[in-house]
Design a protein around this ligand. Structure first.
Ligand code: ASP
Length: 314
């Protein structure tokens, strides 16, 4: 028993020679967000507050694909999505198709707390954000030079660009499949307090060059995000794969119905998902953490009350 926290900044085909200008700011942000989360947990903030706080911070960082720094749709626009879930009550909130909301995760929490619904999207979600007084900005705030370039490359190559992949001559790129490659770089955080209360939050801009209106796994409860009284999970990777394989709920179900440890459950679920498509972080009510992926890497960090702390990529 004890508090624990874990976060991720996306899983994918992360080259081991990732240049320092891409690696260092992301590692520094993970460290800062981990410290922020630990400070909040040890100050007795609720796990729900902690995961929202950490994900907001990650959304504000342009180096990750969520909030500011979200990748672009095929029309060059931003469509953000997020979800949050409280393990004790199983209350949850989700949002999609946001174009101006600075912190989608906070809107997801307000949907959970102030509406009779779970999931709001597009115009209705934007209108609700304004009604609730959430901070909004025009599109230029969210769109980075890097993401304009990524979209250009993706369009030139007729494929979906993976965030951490180095630009290559078009002829060397893998042709797009019917479902396309996933943009990787979503953010998520899970936390448990010393009393075993669990929460999870995930936020993303989705895929580079995604169709306008495409919804991925991140806001889908049970796919990219899930929490109950046993564990909390946040997943990242190819959204279509995560939805098909109900990744987050499967981890919880294996623990709940089969008594597997979080590591056994996470390893089994990841091993059964298509290679190179999924990563996840999970934590239990006892404070055990698993961070597993079948991609080449996943930006991740965790800390536990018993003194374990880690920031890793591969
Ligand atoms: N899962 C996200 C999506 O498909 C992408 C990611 O994890 O980076 O929208």
């Amino acid at each position: 028993m004890g508090w624990a926290i874990a976060l991720h900044g996306g899983a994918g085909d992360i080259p081991v020679d990732l240049p320092n200008d891409k690696r260092a700011p992301r590692e520094a942000t993970l460290r800062r967000c981990l410290d922020l989360g630990v400070a909040a947990l040890t100050a007795n903030r609720s796990p729900l507050d902690v995961v929202e706080l950490v994900v907001r911070e990650l959304e504000n960082c342009p180096h990750f694909n969520a909030g500011r720094g979200s990748v672009l749709t095929t029309d060059g626009t931003v469509e953000m999505e997020a979800s949050i879930m409280d393990g004790t009550t199983k209350r949850c909130g989700a949002v999609s198709g946001l174009t101006t909301v600075v912190n989608p995760i906070s809107l997801a929490r307000i949907v959970m707390e102030k509406t009779p619904h779970i999931y709001l999207a597009f115009d209705g979600a934007e209108a609700f954000a304004r009604e609730q007084g959430l901070e909004t900005r025009d599109q230029s705030y969210f769109i980075t030079e890097q993401n304009i370039e990524r979209l250009k490359q993706a369009k030139e190559a007729n494929r979906v660009q993976i965030d951490y992949t180095q630009p290559q001559p078009v002829k060397e790129q893998v042709p797009t499949s019917s479902e396309g490659d996933s943009q990787i770089g979503t953010v998520g955080c899970i936390a448990v307090d010393g009393n075993g209360n669990l929460a999870t939050a995930t936020s993303t801009g989705g895929l580079v060059n995604k169709m306008v209106g495409r919804i991925g796994d991140t806001p889908v409860i049970g796919a990219g995000t899930y929490a109950n009284t046993i564990c909390a999970i946040s997943a990242t990777g190819k959204g279509e794969s995560i939805i098909r394989n109900t990744i987050a709920r499967d981890v919880a179900a294996l623990m709940e119905y089969r008594g597997l440890s979080v590591k056994e459950a996470a390893d089994l679920v990841i091993a059964n998902a298509p290679e190179g498509t999924v990563g996840l972080v999970a934590v239990t009510d006892k404070g055990d953490v698993a961070m597993t992926f079948n991609t080449t890497g996943m930006f991740r960090a965790c800390a536990t009350e018993n003194g374990h702390s880690e920031i890793s990529i591969w």
